[in-house]
Design a protein around this ligand. Structure first.
Ligand code: FAD
Length: 473
């Protein structure tokens, strides 16, 4: 703890303002209501203070403040936590939104990025060099949360998960130290932050590998959602060269200008395709998808990669229930179940999202990072978006029914798509050996579980000496 920090009263906002360089937003500030809001609706918490650090030293001060006061600490990058973990009632929000510096080294094809950047901002800036690192399907997601959980997006089959391009990170640990972690320095911590989420430290900067990705063949393809078309789509996506990654949302057609009015509200496959490779080859690869059924809309075209993130609606704060799973197949019977259940849903918006995986993601050994579900063929996510809180139970039951119809017996989930679903679901994200190793590393770096507002991995009792980790190395 620094002398400056020790002197001030942690509950005093003026004292905090005197110590920190960044913004300190208190409940009586005009900016408070906007600053406390997060992406998901239905989450209405009132933090004691929201701090927007400008550098790692501020971050360290805030971590020490949380430690000293015992106040709950919410760490926020893009604010898209499905579990509401990026805010707190009565605690401290450490919001990294003002830490958005990006330094691209086009020669070495690497970039140092502060963790307040969004996936969209990073992708646009790197795109100016014809380079990219893969994140997810949404530009407003923060690189902090998505990277620490794994990162599954439009380059997953070609270049792997986001963490497969993470070369190093700067992190502030629970004792306020700023550490540089990579394959050689603190390799245990570097292993843990690649999939283990925000359990271990606050990440202030990431160093990523960049790939040459300039013009892709991609965009939106809207097809009628029949079981045959779903089945056919997944078979094509699975057989396609790994340059192609796809995300298929089976859902009622939204009233978008390019969807004919008579289709609005009827079930469609809203698919985004991204072929990161030669343009002519890409055109050939996407052609059979167009031929699965007469497309309702076909926006596939050669385009600059950053356009994969279209502008987003301001002020969109959906309230949703969902269930995420990795599975090895969506066969014809499951495709039929998807259509039947979606037709039966009473939610204003219900969706089954299907992502065919494989390729580069699957080639990394399961124990190389804290993301173990490498060889799963598909990720499925079922969700219902609704408006009135009293509808929640009904939509929850619907989600559970469809999820049960799709799940394999061997339960596996992606940590970044978990809501507040309890310890059993966290165990589905971290199978036995991964969980044990994470818990031992947690005991070394955060023995008091200061970083607990996350998909939490409690520290192994008595493992703080890291004996298990040392034996492993
Ligand atoms: C609309 C939407 C689309 C999505 N699409 C995808 C997708 O295509 N692929 C995919 O892989 N995921 C996707 N996700 C899931 C997303 O990766 C997670 O919700 C992720 O945690 C969001 O990161 P964030 O920084 O925006 O969220 P935040 O709420 O800010 O952070 C989430 C959690 O991550 C931790 N955290 C964040 N930043 C830091 C940091 N710098 N240091 C330490 N801990 C930190 C904290 O525990 C925090 O509670 C999507 C989510 C949404 C809402």
């Amino acid at each position: 703890m620094t002398a400056a920090h020790a002197r001030h009263d942690p509950s005093s906002i003026p004292d905090l303002r005197a110590v920190l360089r960044g913004q300190v937003i208190a409940p009586d500030d005009a900016a408070y209501d906007r600053a406390r809001s997060v992406f998901y609706g239905g989450i209405d918490r009132r933090p004691a203070v929201i701090v927007r650090p400008t550098d790692a030293s501020d971050v360290s001060q805030v971590v020490l403040l949380a430690r000293e006061t015992g106040l709950e600490l919410a760490v926020r990058s893009g604010g898209h936590s499905l579990a509401g973990h990026s805010t707190t009632d009565g605690g401290i929000v450490l919001d990294l939104a003002d830490m958005r510096a990006l330094a691209v080294d086009p020669e070495r094809r690497t970039a140092w990025a502060q963790t307040g950047l969004t996936a969209g901002a990073y992708t646009t800036a790197a795109g100016a060099y014809g380079l990219a690192t893969g994140f997810g399907d949404t530009g407003s997601v923060g690189i902090g949360g998505i990277t620490l959980g794994g990162g599954i997006g439009y380059l997953v089959r070609k270049h792997g998960l986001t963490i497969d391009d993470l070369l190093a990170a700067e992190v502030v640990t629970a004792d306020g130290r700023l550490l540089h972690v990579d394959a050689d320095r603190h390799p245990d911590l570097f292993w843990a932050i690649r999939g283990g989420g925000g359990n271990f430290a606050v990440a202030t900067r990431f160093q990523f590998r960049l790939h040459p990705v300039s013009t892709i063949v991609g965009g939106l393809l809207v097809l009628p959602a029949t079981p045959e078309a779903i089945d056919g789509f997944l078979a094509l996506a699975d057989a396609a060269p790994e340059e192609l990654s796809t995300i298929a949302n089976v859902m009622p057609a939204p009233p978008l200008p390019f969807v004919p009015a008579e289709r609005h509200g009827r079930l469609v496959i809203m698919a985004t395709l991204a072929y990161a490779g030669d343009v002519e080859a890409g055109q050939r690869v996407v052609a059979p998808f167009r031929a699965l059924a007469a497309p309702i809309a076909d926006l596939l075209r050669p385009m600059p990669y950053p356009e994969i993130y279209p502008p987003e609606e301001e002020g969109y704060h959906p309230t949703a229930v969902g269930h995420n799973m990795f599975v090895d197949a969506i066969d014809r019977a499951r495709a039929e179940a998807i259509v039947e259940h979606l037709q039966a849903s009473t939610a204003p918006l219900a969706v089954a999202q299907l992502r065919v995986l494989g390729g580069a993601m699957a080639r990394v050994p399961a124990d190389a990072t804290a993301f173990a579900h490498r060889t799963s063929r598909l990720m499925a996510h079922v969700a219902a978006v609704y408006q009135r809180p009293e509808e929640a139970a009904e939509h929850r039951a619907w989600v559970d029914r469809l999820a049960a119809a799709l799940r394999d017996g061997d339960a596996r989930a992606y940590v970044n798509f978990l809501a507040d679903e309890g310890a059993a679901r966290i165990r589905e994200a971290y199978p036995g050996p991964t969980r044990e190793r994470l818990a031992a590393i947690k005991a070394r770096y955060d023995p008091t579980n200061l970083f607990r507002l996350n998909q939490n991995i409690p520290p192994t009792k008595g493992a703080a000496d890291g004996e298990g980790e040392r034996r492993r190395r």
